[in-house]
Design a protein around this ligand. Structure first.
Ligand code: HEC
Ligand code: HEC
Ligand code: HEC
Ligand code: HEC
Length: 192
């Protein structure tokens, strides 16, 4: 009987009410840009050329020597395995589905879509099923972020206390959200 009751409860909970989409209660995980590119080709093509996509390379020895020296980093050191750097120079470091190391997860090197839009495993299902019919509330509940309304999306990295590239090191590192949002070559043009 307990089994039957359990089964009943399971079925009841698993059935979407009123045709709503079932978003699993599991915390959203990272799917990588491959999980977005097929539907958002224009943004993907722009992003591939952007600096954010390529920031993993900055951790290699010999890259941006002057900037590293100024920030008291060693320009000859290989920082590609340094836990002090990876959380801002990869996608989803130490999170489910995110960057592990370059051999296992090469497509999570660099700053992918999900570092600005949130880990996509759940909200991408809503995009797929509802197209233009979804609300920002429901996709936000499924983990989607909006950098244009929530400054923290960008300041988790820019001007964050853990970045060596502080405005006190060089004023070019000052982060003004409105100004930076206008530099769309940093991510992608807006197609709507
Ligand atoms: C199966 C197709 C599909 C997939 C996969 C998909 N999306 Fe979407 N997405 C859409 C559609 C359709 C819309 C609504 C039309 C539009 O804004 O382009 C949308 C809208 C968006 C928007 C605008 C939301 C808003 O409120 O204005 C963002 C940002 C976005 N997607 C990012 C992503 C990211 C990041 C991924 C990967 C994690 C992803 N999408 C995966 C189809 C998809
Ligand atoms: C908290 C997030 C964060 C961490 C941790 C972090 N970075 Fe960065 N890094 C940034 C941001 C943001 C920028 C871009 C700053 C800007 O241009 O305004 C940046 C830029 C850089 C640049 C380019 C600077 C230039 O002027 O050309 C290098 C090189 C770099 N980081 C190396 C590192 C190294 C090496 C580490 C680890 C020791 C590291 N970063 C850790 C966020 C971070
Ligand atoms: C550096 C941050 C950043 C990265 C990386 C990024 N985006 Fe965006 N994207 C934004 C911002 C900011 C907006 C404006 C809406 C918002 O606040 O999320 C946006 C808007 C969008 C939209 C809405 C339609 C449009 O063109 O404005 C889609 C779709 C989208 N992004 C998809 C992607 C995909 C797919 C990728 C990866 C291939 C990606 N983005 C990478 C910051 C980023
Ligand atoms: C995961 C960390 C991270 C996040 C999140 C992030 N950035 Fe960045 N951003 C960087 C790093 C690292 C660079 C340095 C790229 C370089 O110098 O090559 C950078 C560079 C930039 C640049 C200069 C690019 C250029 O082409 O000159 C702009 C503009 C920028 N970011 C805007 C934003 C905005 C707006 C957001 C939020 C929507 C954002 N960033 C979110 C890490 C991040």
């Amino acid at each position: 009987m307990a089994v039957i009751t359990g089964l009943f409860i399971f079925l009841f909970l698993a059935l979407p009410a009123h045709g709503e989409i079932l978003v699993s209660a599991a915390p959203p995980s990272y799917v990588g840009y491959e999980g977005c590119a097929m539907c958002h080709r224009d943004q993907y093509a722009d992003w591939q050329k952007s600096k954010h996509a390529k920031v993993f390379e900055l951790l290699r020895p010999g890259q941006r020597v002057a900037a590293k020296k100024k920030a008291k980093l060693d320009p000859d050191k290989d920082y590609t395995t340094s836990i002090k750097c990876l959380k801002c120079h990869t996608t989803g470091y130490r999170e489910t589905g995110g960057y592990v190391n370059f051999e296992e997860t090469p497509t999570r090197a660099g700053i992918g879509c999900e570092m600005c839009h949130g880990p996509g495993s759940e909200y991408r299902k809503i995009h797929k099923q509802k197209h233009l019919g979804f609300t920002r509330e429901e996709v936000s509940a499924a983990g989607q972020l909006y950098g244009s309304v929530d400054p923290q999306v960008c300041t988790r990295c820019h001007e964050h206390e853990d970045t060596p590239m502080q405005p006190s090191v060089d004023e070019k590192y000052m982060f003004n959200l409105e100004e930076r949002l206008r530099i769309t070559r940093a991510y992608h043009k807006h197609y709507k």
